[in-house]
Design a protein around this ligand. Structure first.
Ligand SMILES: *Cc1c(COP(=O)(O)O)cnc(C)c1O
Length: 406
């Protein structure tokens, strides 16, 4: 290493090329960045107040609305990660002290709830739900029916809970809520779903949805994309929650002209344009079915290993991430570290109560069967090295069967 240059183990790992060949990145975000997107982002700086800048921004905002299946003009692009999107949703539509309802059976739901509390909102949680369960439409509806005073102003929904690998049934939740006549807004965290799983903002009647760029969109973290319903847009005007950087009013006013209220991350905008082009070229329906197909192979591999996934209801198993329960007594943290050091394979760890009890394979973004077969084969080797006697090839063969069946 060059003297005077600060290094950590991770930069040494990547910069000094300890491992030949490609790194195997299988965390559920950030995901692999396709070369096309890297090239698109490799740009000189330019004037974001120039007369030409709206030629980039206006079509990009229209394509972003299409990604959400939301109306044009109802989306905003903030320089932030997904966490910033949580703040956009809350502070632009609610009033300080308002109550939000949170089905909470995963790390991202828990973090969104604590963000809401720190911003001065009251959070009512269903926190007796086992991790691995999906939010219950009936229970949400039952709670809203009881709320005759309409104190609950919004329901926070994580579309795809990345910690447990569980996908919520958003249309069923909307249907159940509509039947109650309650007017709470439905907020959706789509960070690990939008761009990989089916999502229909307007058709499903969702009010505010957000995503980040480092998962299905195959970009670095750096932009928070947020979509609003007409009702949520109207709430922006009456909301009195304190907001500054994330104020939608300034953003919408500038966006309408093809500009931003402050300096945007220009390489990220070019990267987003390329990402949305790639998704459009493949066709969103094909992107969604590719994720479903890859996920089926991963779940078949887990069954082939004789292990369980965290998700309880097979119908709700995520097509972007699989959380795999490890056998009792197995040192999961050591296994993950060994996979990284020995095989250059990055796996997700268990989060919250799943720490040490599970690992996660991300299967979203720029991926195909061959890449996943590498990961599944390496998982087998790293598990065997770590003392779990599974049959070599059991998961790989099961995935191959899943992918070669008609
Ligand atoms: C990754 C993720 C986030 C976190 O977003 P950041 O971009 O890290 O701020 C939020 N919600 C879900 C469901 C996620 O998967």
């Amino acid at each position: 290493m060059t003297p005077g240059i600060v290094s950590t183990n991770i930069t040494a790992h990547f910069d000094e090329r300890i491992m030949p060949g490609r790194h195997h990145l299988f965390v559920p975000g950030p995901t692999n960045i396709p070369d096309r997107i890297l090239r698109a982002m490799h740009r000189a700086s330019e004037d974001h107040r120039s007369v030409a800048f709206p030629d980039l921004v206006s079509p990009l905002l229209a394509a972003t609305a299409e990604l959400f299946r939301a109306a044009p003009g109802h989306v905003a692009v903030f320089t932030a990660s997904g966490t910033g999107g949580w703040e956009v949703a809350l502070t632009n539509t609610l009033n300080a002290g308002d109550t939000v309802l949170l089905p909470c059976a995963g790390q991202f739901a828990a973090l969104w709830g604590s963000t809401a509390e720190r911003l001065g909102f009251r959070v009512e949680r269903f926190d007796d739900v086992a991790w691995g369960e999906a939010p219950s439409p009936e229970r949400i509806a039952a709670r809203l029916s009881e709320d005759r005073a309409k104190a609950i102003r919004a329901v926070l929904l994580v579309h795809n809970e990345t910690s447990t690998g569980v996908t919520a049934d958003l249309p069923a939740i909307r249907k159940a809520v509509a039947a109650t006549g309650h007017d709470a807004l439905l907020f959706v965290d789509g960070v690990s779903s939008i761009g990989s799983l089916r999502y229909r903002h307007d058709e499903w009647g969702m009010d505010v949805a957000l995503t980040g760029t480092q998962k299905g969109l195959m970009l670095p973290a750096g932009l928070a994309l947020v979509a609003f319903s007409p009702r949520a847009l109207a709430a922006i005007e009456s909301s009195r929650a304190p907001r500054a950087y994330f104020d939608m009013r300034a953003m919408l006013a500038q966006n309408a002209q093809g500009y931003f209220p402050y300096t945007p991350s220009i390489p990220m905008l070019y990267g987003l344009r390329e990402s949305l082009s790639m998704l459009a070229e493949e066709g969103m329906a094909n992107v969604i079915s590719r994720h479903a197909r890859l996920a089926r192979g991963v779940r078949a591999a887990v069954a082939g290993w004789g292990l369980d996934i965290c998700c309880r209801d097979p119908q709700r198993a995520s097509n972007t991430v699989t959380t795999i329960m490890t056998p009792p007594g197995f040192d999961t943290a050591r296994f993950i570290a060994h996979a990284f050091r020995r095989y250059d394979l990055a796996l997700g760890g268990g989060l919250g109560p799943l720490a040490g009890k599970a690992f996660r394979i991300g299967h979203l973004g720029d991926l195909n069967e061959g890449m996943l077969l590498s990961a599944l084969g390496l998982v087998e080797m790293a598990m065997i090295d770590s003392g779990h006697a599974l049959t070599r090839g059991s998961g790989v063969a099961a995935a191959q069967v899943a992918w070669t069946e008609a």
